[in-house]
Design a protein around this ligand. Structure first.
Ligand code: SF4
Ligand code: SF4
Length: 449
């Protein structure tokens, strides 16, 4: 493992903009391109832009170091051209590094999807079901690189940048200790402005509905979007699967709009959501229709939140199919490289300017600048699995005193995972198979909160 990968491993760095893939595994490679993903394609989220504006020199220096460590000939910073301040900051910062450049992206969704981004920045097509490494590319999220820079200065991952947006009084982007609650984050943004609301963890397109406001911020919480419970963005997720399938059978007219606009299809993948709808609804549900092309679905939400004129959800059907296939032990057989992108891809990309009104999000398109997080959490909850791989193994016991930045859970020997560090100074109040709970005060001595 190269020294930079080792630094990422010991510091608990994982992909901060996606599923939380351990960065040390990604960096243990030799590639041709390192792409910094600052596309921030989810509407309303602003972490990447804010970091590029405020910390481009630091990010460029770190990107250059990663590029050298991975033997890459180029490092490219991908950022939407419309974010002019971020583009200008990045361009100034890369000026002193001949192997680094800025690639301005169009304002379409999902520009930040790794497969889409690799094509837009290098012209290479990642094989179906594959990873960018197969075409000589490593993609890093902006905050992931920022965390690497922190690690280099001796600080492991203990905090997270999070945008809180939508129906809140004062949208903002905050840096908070891992493990604070979603309720605390919404309070930081001035609280909800509608009485009956739902919260998405992530953006409006790919975020997941938050079940409990007591859930913690983790290494992958990039944004929290508060929306009225009646919002179509909420409704499409809240509908029970049997209702989704019933509606698919009753209302899918096989117009193929979902397939025509599917971003993976437009890259040449064998995914055809209209066929998935047909088979799953008429064959008696996902269990009877193991359509393996569902493995290729990125769950981007273009089909259900933008394309389908009938308000149906090929994404939900694909999700159900993937679960059924996994249950049956069936693996993705679609591994070939696409022959080429669809000839009309450039005209079928989804413009964000049309997406926002379609989702009813136009009123929430407001700045969410970086603000000081006026927060002194008395308790944080650290899930042992907030990354791809196996849960981390606690190395502390209930009652132990811990300092912020102290290792509290280790990667099990020989496994894929990530280390965890205390995000506040205090005491270990609980240790369960799923999480560690830290409190400022020792429990049982008047410190319970
Ligand atoms: S867009 Fe909607 S109605 Fe048309 S094929 Fe797809 S799921 Fe069916
Ligand atoms: S969610 Fe829909 S549009 Fe997106 S990749 Fe899956 S099938 Fe295609």
């Amino acid at each position: 493992m190269n020294p930079l990968a080792e630094l990422a491993r010991v510091s608990g760095v994982v992909g901060a903009g996606g599923a939380g893939f351990p960065t040390h595994v990604k960096l243990d490679a030799q590639v041709e391109y390192v792409v910094l993903n600052g596309a921030e394609c989810e509407p309303l989220l602003q972490v990447d832009q804010e970091l590029l504006i405020s910390a481009s020199p630091r990010l460029a220096a770190m990107l250059e170091e990663v590029r050298r460590a991975l033997g890459a000939k180029e490092g490219r910073i991908a950022v939407k051209a419309k974010h002019q301040e971020a583009v200008a900051a990045a361009e100034r910062a890369v000026a002193e590094y001949p192997a680094l450049s800025v690639v301005p992206l169009g304002d379409f969704y999902p520009a930040g999807d790794e497969f889409v981004l690799v094509y837009e920045t290098t012209g290479r097509l990642v094989p179906q079901g594959g990873i960018p490494l197969q075409v000589g590319v490593v993609v890093l999220n902006v905050e992931t690189l920022w965390n690497l820079a922190e690690a280099k200065e001796g600080r492991p991952v203990t905090h997270k940048w999070v945008t809180v947006a939508g129906a809140v009084a004062s949208p903002g982007t905050f840096r908070v200790p891992l493990g604070v609650s979603i309720a605390e984050m919404i309070a930081l943004a001035g609280g909800p402005t509608v009485p009956d609301f739902a919260v998405l963890n992530g953006g409006p397109m790919m975020g997941k509905l938050v079940e409990k406001l007591s859930d913690p911020v983790t290494k992958t919480t990039k944004g929290l979007v508060v929306l009225p419970a009646t919002s179509p963005v909420v409704q499409v997720r809240a509908k029970p699967l049997p209702a989704v399938l019933r509606q698919a059978r009753a209302a899918c007219c096989q117009c193929q709009e979902c397939t025509d606009l599917c971003p993976r299809r437009l890259l040449g993948h064998e995914l055809a959501p209209h066929k998935i709808m047909l088979a799953a609804s008429y064959a008696g549900g996902p269990a009877a229709a193991p359509i393996t092309a569902a493995f290729l679905c990125s769950e981007c939400g273009v089909c259900d939140l933008y394309a389908c004129p009938m308000g149906l959800s090929p994404r939900r059907v694909s999700q159900a199919l993937k679960e059924e296939l996994a249950h049956r032990g069936i693996k993705n057989p679609h591994r070939s490289a696409p022959a080429g992108p669809h000839p009309w891809r450039a005209y079928r990309r989804v413009p964000v300017t049309r997406l926002l009104p379609r989702l009813g999000l136009k009123p929430y398109e407001r700045p969410a600048p970086v603000r000081e997080a006026a927060l002194t959490p008395h308790k944080v909850v650290l899930p042992l699995r907030q990354h791809v791989g196996v849960p981390a193994e606690p190395v502390v016991e209930v009652g132990d005193k811990v300092e912020a930045g102290q290792l509290v859970a280790e990667i099990p020997d020989g496994k894929l995972g990530s280390r965890l560090f205390a995000s506040i100074s205090g005491y270990v109040a609980e240790r369960t198979p799923a999480a560690l709970v830290l409190t400022r005060e020792p429990q049982g001595r008047g410190g319970q909160r």
